[in-house]
Ligand binder design. Structure first.
Ligand code: FE2
Length: 289
C-alpha cells in the first residue's frame, strides 16, 4: 500500500499567558482539541524579544504520570528539581523529562536573560505515559543542540532535525516508552518532504514559520494540522520558506484522568498524586548554593 495521509482539521493555536506571564500559543488542549493521544499539551512559547527584567518563568510546580519535552529555539532557561537536578537549556537544546512517579521543578529564564533581555522562543509538549510506566523513577534525557542529528534532502531544500524517531535515514537519540517521531523540519521555497508515517500513528504538524501544504490543504503560520489516519506517509510542500514540527506517536488508548500538573488513569490515582505532593513525597527544591 502506498497512500498519502491528508489533514483532518487545521486550527489556529490561540495566544495565552502561562506561568508568571510567559506569552504562549497553545495548540492544545483547547475546547475543540483536547488531546492527540499520547500528546496531552502543545505550547509554543515566546517568539518575542524581551526587555531587561521582562523574562518570566514557571516557578516551583509538581508533575506526575507523563513526560515534559522542552525544545529551545532561542534564549536560556534554567531548571531545578526536587532531586537536586539543575541545568540550563539554550537555543537548539532539548530536555526530555520523564516525570514518572513525581518531582517538583522550576523552569525560569537564566539570570543573564532576566538582566539583559533577549529573544525567547521554544516549545513544550507533554507526552503521556502508559499505565505501566507512570510510576517509574524520574529521568532526564538532555540533548545539546549541537548533538541533535540533522538530515538533509538530496536537493538541499529540506533540513530535518531528528529529535526522536527517524527521517531521511537519520535516527534521533531519545529513548521513548512508545514509538514517537519528533521532527523539526525546515523547508526552502519549492521544497517537498515526504515522511513514512504508518496509519497506526497519531500525527500532527505545527507551523511556526511560513506555511506548508499537505495534499493541497494549507497549514498557515501558528496553526496546527491534525493528520488523518488514512494512509502510510505524509508529504509537505512549501512555496515559501517554512518551518514546522511534526509529531507522531502510537496512541496509548487508556483512560486519561488529568488535572493541572498530574496525568493518571483514574480519579483515585489523581487524588493520590495530590496527597503525595501535599505530604512532600515529591520533594521540594532547595536553592542553597
Ligand atoms: Fe513543568
Amino acid at each position: 500500500m502506498d497512500s498519502k495521509r491528508t489533514l483532518s482539521r487545521v486550527m489556529e493555536a490561540p495566544m495565552a499567558m502561562e506561568g508568571e506571564g510567559v506569552p504562549i500559543r497553545r495548540a492544545f488542549p483547547s475546547h475543540e482539541f483536547s488531546q492527540l493521544d499520547p500528546f496531552l499539551l502543545f505550547d509554543h512559547f515566546g517568539g518575542v524579544v524581551l526587555k531587561p527584567g521582562e523574562a518570566k518563568g514557571f516557578p516551583d510546580h509538581p508533575h506526575r504520570g507523563f513526560e515534559t519535552v522542552t525544545y529551545m529555539l532561542s534564549g536560556e532557561f534554567e531548571h531545578r528539581d526536587s532531586f537536586g537536578h539543575h541545568g540550563v537549556l539554550t537555543g537548539g537544546d532539548v530536555q526530555w523529562m520523564t516525570a514518572g512517579s513525581g518531582l517538583v521543578h522550576s523552569e525560569t529564564p537564566a539570570r543573564s536573560m532576566v538582566e539583559n533581555g533577549g529573544r525567547l522562543e521554544g516549545f513544550q509538549i507533554w507526552v503521556n505515559l502508559p499505565a505501566r510506566d507512570k510510576m517509574k523513577a524520574p529521568r532526564y534525557q538532555e540533548l545539546s543542540g549541537a548533538h541533535i542529528p540533522t538530515a538533509r534532502s538530496a536537493d538541499g531544500l529540506v533540513e530535518v532535525k531528528v529529535i526522536a524517531g527517524s527521517a531521511l535515514g537519520v535516527k534521533g537519540g531519545v529513548e521513548t516508552h512508545i514509538p514517537i517521531e519528533y521532527l523539526h523540519i525546515r523547508l526552502q521555497a519549492g521544497a517537498t518532504f515526504t515522511q513514512a508515517l504508518p496509519a497506526t500513528l497519531n500525527a500532527m504538524a505545527y507551523v511556526f514559520e511560513g506555511a506548508v501544504s499537505v495534499e493541497a490543504r494549507k497549514v498557515p503560520q501558528f496553526h496546527v494540522g491534525e493528520i488523518a489516519t488514512n494512509g502510510d506517509s505524509v508529504t509537505f510542500t512549501a512555496s515559501e520558506p517554512a518551518e514546522l514540527l511534526l509529531l507522531a506517536a502510537q496512541p496509548i488508548k487508556e483512560p486519561v484522568a488529568r488535572y493541572g500538573p498530574f496525568v493518571m488513569n483514574t480519579a483515585a490515582e489523581l487524588q493520590q498524586a495530590f496527597d503525595d505532593y501535599r505530604q512532600g513525597k515529591m520533594g521540594t527544591i532547595s536553592f542553597a548554593h
